[in-house]
Write a protein that binds this ligand. Structure first.
Ligand code: 1CP
Length: 339
């Protein structure tokens, strides 16, 4: 198996830098759009054969060094009894606003409630056996809770922040339940065959460092501590977290994902040099000419030269309008310049 990704995560020597990109199975790929013309997003992630098919698309096309399960961070919300629809982003019809709402949250067993996730992981690990590792994932507890409280993605997540200030105990109750389910959810993915776990904390950047430590970091750390004994690399990606880097050093993961706002060598210094880093090309670089993409890739590799480990990635998900040939040019540039 191509285990460059796992070795880079473990800060072991590699012949070249491994590369994958967040949202690598998605709308920018014509073969993904072809599947989506036949079925809706919900059917896609609920059907293991289809989830497997689209997960493999970017591996087949670009030779990415890792696959990531095709699913969504809102899937465990279903396991907790929420109705989620995608339009195209997630919408929850009865979000959490009071303590009686919180009592509706079920700390259930994801293997019973959303079995299709683990069936997809099993099928993928069979089909990937000799190729590349499979990354399982979940939303970090704060980010998932923010959707449960807000009901949908919003600009500032005001309902969520309001609850943190006005009813901190209620917020902790929500986070505690979300954390318990998330611990079970990622453990079940590893048992089904996932070889690394990434937590996406996409909205943690809305918090100041003190609030971040109390309501986000603490719960992400709990998930990592519970998952540690399963012996797979743990990756923490908090978007927009430049003001949180010092706190983030206590996250308990092996690899920290960085967005494009701070150069990787600087991120590494702020984190105390202990982590492998994943990132961090601005997804908009992929709209430039291939020669420009190549020079930006080289600059990122240069900034990562002295890190204990580096997994090349974008600083956030690939955008749906991205030209596919430009993704190929990026992958090619990483291969050529990181040997
Ligand atoms: O129309 C479609 O085809 C659906 C669009 C789509 C896709 C392709 C959604 C709805 N989710 C996904 C897949 C997805 N989501 C993956 C698949 C694996 C991969 O290839 O990377 C992953 C890892 C996610 C994770 C996710 N979902 C995050 C964390 C990463 C990030 O972007 O910050 C978040 C915040 C979501 C919520 C979500 N789901 C979908 C959308 C469009 C959004 C974000 C916008 C919103 O909040 O409204």
């Amino acid at each position: 198996m191509n285990d460059l990704f796992l070795r880079a995560c473990r800060r072991e020597p590699v012949e070249r830098t491994p590369v994958w990109i967040m949202r690598q199975a998605g709308r920018y790929l014509p073969e993904y759009r072809a599947v989506r013309e036949r079925v809706g997003f919900t059917t896609l992630y609920r059907t293991p054969e289809l989830a497997t098919e689209v997960t493999l698309q970017p591996i087949d096309r670009f030779g990415m060094d890792a696959a990531i399960l095709f699913s969504d961070i809102l899937v465990p919300a279903e396991a907790m009894g929420f109705d989620v629809v995608f339009n195209p982003g997630p919408v929850i019809d009865a979000p959490l606003r009071s303590s009686s709402d919180v009592r509706r949250m079920r700390v259930s067993d994801p293997e019973e409630e959303v079995p299709f996730v683990f069936e997809a992981v099993q099928q993928l690990s069979r089909e990937l056996a000799d190729r590349v590792p499979l990354i399982g994932f979940a939303g970090a507890p704060f980010t998932l809770a923010a959707y449960l409280i807000e009901g949908r993605g919003t600009k500032n997540f005001d309902w969520t922040k309001r609850l943190l200030f006005a009813e901190p105990q209620l917020a902790h109750d929500i986070l505690d339940r979300v954390t318990q389910v998330t611990e079970r959810y990622v453990a079940a993915q590893v048992r089904a065959g996932a070889q690394a776990i990434q937590l996406f904390d996409s909205w943690a950047g809305l918090l100041d460092p003190a609030l971040y430590r109390e309501f986000a970091l603490r719960y992400a750390r709990r998930v990592f501590q519970a998952t540690r004994s399963l012996n797979v690399p743990l990756i923490y990606f908090a978007l927009n977290s430049a003001h949180l880097h010092e706190a983030l050093a206590g996250c308990g993961a092996d690899v920290v994902g960085a967005d494009w706002r701070v150069p990787l060598d600087e991120v590494s210094r702020r984190l105390g040099g202990r982590f492998a880093l994943q990132g961090n090309l601005d997804p908009c670089v992929l709209f430039a000419e291939p020669a420009k993409i190549e020079s930006c890739v080289r600059a990122t590799l240069e900034q990562a030269r002295d890190l204990p480990g580096h997994v090349f990635n974008l600083g956030h998900g690939v955008l749906p309008q991205t030209p596919v040939e430009h993704v190929a040019a990026m992958v090619e540039a990483v291969r050529r310049h990181s040997r």
